[in-house]
Write a protein that binds this ligand. Structure first.
Ligand SMILES: C[S@@+](CC[C@H](N)C(=O)[O-])C[C@H]1O[C@@H](n2cnc3c(N)ncnc32)[C@H](O)[C@@H]1O
Length: 240
């Protein structure tokens, strides 16, 4: 069953996800760093470092949101970084951030759907996504379009929440993630569903080996998975 943020509504997952991120966009960055105690920043850094030796010149950041992964990718010294997202609210916060940091000439943020990317085949040296794939309405279609726009020899690096499996960390973490985090998220964001959707969507996501199978099915080679921080998140890598 597809997990959606607003179960009482009839609209599809994509529409609901865009609505939800529009609703929480102004609080998103704060809540991200607060609820993860800042570890999300380290995870993005670690993921981007995996592309260092590839020296990608053209990078596409899918589900860029407020642009944090795109900003981190500037460490690779690329010629061009484009970020796409289906939430205009998130992009707006991202554009303001880029302007504040003086990075608006280095990164372009555009409206764009992962399942229908408006780019030619074989365009990018690297296609990256952080905490986005779990939100795709059609996961395989999104991953297939990422493969299409990647150059042969190019690499994808995907960061996503996963499910810790080892006792007792798993139990402590689940209590935090399912009982505490939704309450704080709801209080701060004022969105009744967004931070309940977060653990639910993580639970429903095919993590670890199952996600590698999706990557392989659309054509990615040399796929691998690196669990981070007891498996709370994982980095997935694939090559075209
Ligand atoms: C949790 S945020 C992650 C934002 C950013 N990458 C980060 O690391 O903070 C997920 C983002 O995925 C976007 N998203 C979901 N489905 C998408 C799709 N089909 N195409 C593009 N963006 C999508 C949402 O609008 C949202 O901004």
């Amino acid at each position: 069953m597809t997990v959606v943020p607003y179960k009482e509504k009839q609209s599809g997952k994509k529409e609901q996800v865009a609505e939800m991120f529009n609703s929480i966009s102004r609080k998103y960055d704060f809540l991200n760093h607060f609820l993860s105690l800042g570890i999300d920043i380290l995870w993005r850094k670690k993921a981007i470092r995996l592309l260092k030796s590839d020296e990608p010149k053209e990078i596409l950041d899918i589900a860029t949101g407020t642009g944090d992964f795109a900003i981190e990718s500037l460490r690779l010294n690329p010629d061009q970084v484009i970020g796409v997202d289906i939430s205009e609210g998130m992009l707006e916060v991202g554009r303001e951030k880029l302007k504040r940091k003086g990075l608006d000439d280095k990164i372009e943020l555009r409206m764009g759907d992962s399942e229908k990317l408006l780019f030619d085949d074989n365009k990018f040296d690297a296609v990256i996504v952080s905490f986005g794939v779990r939100n795709f309405e059609n996961l395989e279609r999104g991953i297939a379009d990422m493969y299409r726009v990647l150059k042969p020899g190019g690499k994808t690096v995907i960061l996503e929440f996963s499910k810790p499996s080892k006792f007792p960390f798993k139990n402590i973490y689940n209590f935090y993630f399912k009982a505490i985090l939704p309450k704080i998220g709801r209080l701060v964001s004022k969105d009744k569903a967004a931070y309940t959707y977060l653990p639910e969507s993580v639970q429903a996501f095919p993590d670890g080996k199952n996600f590698l199978k999706v990557l392989e099915k659309v054509g990615f080679k040399n796929t691998r998975c690196k669990p981070l921080t007891f498996g709370i998140s994982s980095i997935y890598i694939g090559e075209k």
